[in-house]
Design a protein around this ligand. Structure first.
Ligand code: COA
Length: 127
């Protein structure tokens, strides 16, 4: 049975490492737990894929919650996770919904080149 989210961006069936980022951190795509995570799983960015409401365009990647263990904060790890998620959205033609405050208030202001991918936020939509 196909348990992938709809619309399916054809995720890998199990956690799969992507290329190391420029920081040397490997981000793993884990569709079973709907997260982008570090290889040890301790830092992660959870997502939810929302189908297009119009049915005529692509869906959205709702970035919901970022977590980095206290001992690893302030090193840019959350930014690396966000970059991987935005790369994924771009690759799969998904709009990004920046529900997580780290994404909306820190990552996007510091990385404005990703703003064109951003759709209406959950907060702006009053959800
Ligand atoms: N919302 C927005 N920005 C936040 C934030 C929050 N809740 N918490 C911290 N930040 C900012 C800080 O201002 C910091 O800025 P600085 O570089 O000027 O000090 C910046 O994030 C650090 O960026 P980065 O190093 O890439 O992040 P990180 O790897 O330290 O992780 C969090 C940041 C938010 C993921 C981490 O602090 C955490 O897990 N916090 C608890 C969970 C949480 O609040 N998640 C965000 C809401 S979903």
């Amino acid at each position: 049975m196909d348990s992938r989210p709809s619309p399916s961006p054809s995720p890998s069936p199990s956690p799969s490492p992507s290329s190391p980022s420029s920081s040397g951190v490997v981000v793993v795509f884990n569709p079973q737990q709907s997260r982008f995570q570090t290889s040890d799983g301790l830092a992660f960015l959870t997502y939810h894929i929302r189908p297009s409401s119009s049915g005529s365009s692509h869906g959205s990647l709702d970035l919901q919650h970022t977590y980095v263990p206290p001992s690893k904060r302030g090193l840019g790890l959350a930014g690396v996770l966000c970059k991987a998620a935005f790369d994924y959205a771009k690759e799969h033609n998904l709009r990004v919904i920046p529900t997580c405050s780290y994404v909306s208030d820190t990552f996007l202001p510091r990385n404005p080149e990703w703003k064109p991918l951003v759709g209406k936020s959950s907060r702006a939509a009053g959800l």
